[in-house]
Design a protein around this ligand. Structure first.
Ligand code: NAD
Length: 360
């Protein structure tokens, strides 16, 4: 076995139906008394329920979280936390809301402003020390241990309201973290275990959720997958797939989870021959046997298509005349990826993703 270093993330996890009821205990454990509750405008009802649950330990609700954490929103949230004398934040929602909590923690002195995350999508931000901030149309990301949530409550009941379209794409977003974790240059056997099990659990939950979005057991399995896949994202470096999604989302303003869903099969096909062991594990987790490395890419495409998730960039708002620019941006900076970054092949990848052609 290749020598490796594994640093477990320091977050505490409370998992299962009713986990939300443990919030007061988690707040006490971190020694906070004045909580600011964060959400998007759409989830303000959930934020107020959290505040009500905390009673006098909640000092306010800031329900203005937005996709990609615009710097003005981050500044407004920081000002509100200061005005209210808040000493911690509870972020209830998806990656956008958790990202806003991280933006507040980033500016606070070390350890001064802990975050508790209550994820309601499968994006996985709660398990990472990665933050993102968007200023002047450019999204900058970085890693800082300060922003890692101190405690995470995974309660499947809170995901019952996630619309089915978002449910499918968000679960595929989770699979993308695990798939790239399997060929990460800084991977290790523990992350590999989490990644393969995460893909298996997400793929098994998807058809059940497509069939019945209120299947609480399947919601629990999908959230378990989100936890595992988010942990992979938090532990190792991502490659071409995440780079492409970051570029397409940021530069062309495409929806985050949908972009991940459409690009993943094509990014895997690109890397297939250079990462056969990862492909074998992905295929096994998806229940397709065989040693041909490109099977994994086709199986991910089939999983999306069979359950009604989008499979073409053209269908999610990308215009064909942006594809050349996207290929240029993808090769602008070098980063580790199993197969070297080749502009012409990446342009072809983007064309197939644009058209929604099955990789085979
Ligand atoms: P999101 O947080 O933007 O949520 C999308 C919409 O779904 C919002 O309107 C939200 O209110 C709504 N929603 C969420 N959960 C719901 C529920 N249970 N019921 C009803 N509505 C619900 O989407 P996302 O995909 O979770 O997050 C995307 C953002 O997170 C992107 O900006 C991405 O870059 C970031 N992200 C960051 C990391 C990280 O490690 N830093 C990881 C993953 C994603």
């Amino acid at each position: 076995m290749t020598p490796f270093t594994y640093t477990p993330l320091p977050s505490r996890v409370v998992f299962g139906v009713g986990a939300l009821q443990h919030l007061g205990r988690e707040i006490e454990a971190i020694g906070a008394t004045r909580t600011l509750v964060l959400s998007t405008p759409e989830q303000i009802g959930a934020a107020h329920r959290v505040a009500a649950l905390l009673g006098e330990r909640a000092v306010g609700v800031f329900a203005e979280a937005r996709m990609h954490v615009p710097i003005d929103t981050a500044r407004a949230a920081r000002a509100e936390a200061k005005r209210l004398g808040a000493d911690c934040a509870v972020a209830i929602g998806g990656g956008s809301t958790i990202g806003l909590g991280k933006a507040i923690a980033l500016e606070a002195p070390e350890g001064d402003f802990p975050i508790i995350a209550i994820p309601t999508t499968y994006a996985g931000s709660e398990m990472t020390s990665i933050y993102g901030l968007t200023e002047g149309g450019v999204k900058k990301t970085g890693r800082d241990p300060k922003v890692l949530p101190r405690s995470v409550l995974y309660d499947p009941e809170l995901t019952l309201t996630l619309p089915i379209g978002m449910t499918l794409t968000s679960a595929l977003n989770a699979i993308a973290h695990a798939a790239e974790g399997l060929y990460a240059h800084d991977g290790n056997p523990i992350v590999t275990l989490m990644a393969e099990e995460g893909i298996r659990a997400a793929a098994a939950a998807l058809p059940r959720l497509a069939d019945d979005p209120h299947d609480l057991e399947a919601r629990g399995d999908a959230l378990y997958a989100a936890w595992l896949c988010g942990s992979v994202l938090g532990n190792v470096s991502m490659g071409l797939h995440h780079k492409l999604c970051h570029t397409l989302g940021g530069t062309f303003d495409l929806p985050h989870a949908e972009v991940h869903t459409v690009i993943l099969p094509h990014a895997l096909a690109y890397n297939a021959a250079a990462a056969p062991e990862a492909m074998r594990r992905i295929a096994r987790a998806l229940g397709v046997a065989g040693s041909e490395p490109r099977r994994a890419a086709g199986a991910v495409f089939d999983l999306a298509r069979a359950n009604g998730a989008p499979t073409a960039l053209a269908a999610i708002g990308m215009s064909a005349d942006g594809l050349d620019r996207a290929a240029d941006l993808a090769v602008q900076n070098s980063y580790p990826n199993p197969r070297p970054l080749e502009r012409a092949a990446i342009r072809e990848l983007l064309q197939r993703a644009f058209d929604g052609t099955r990789p085979d």
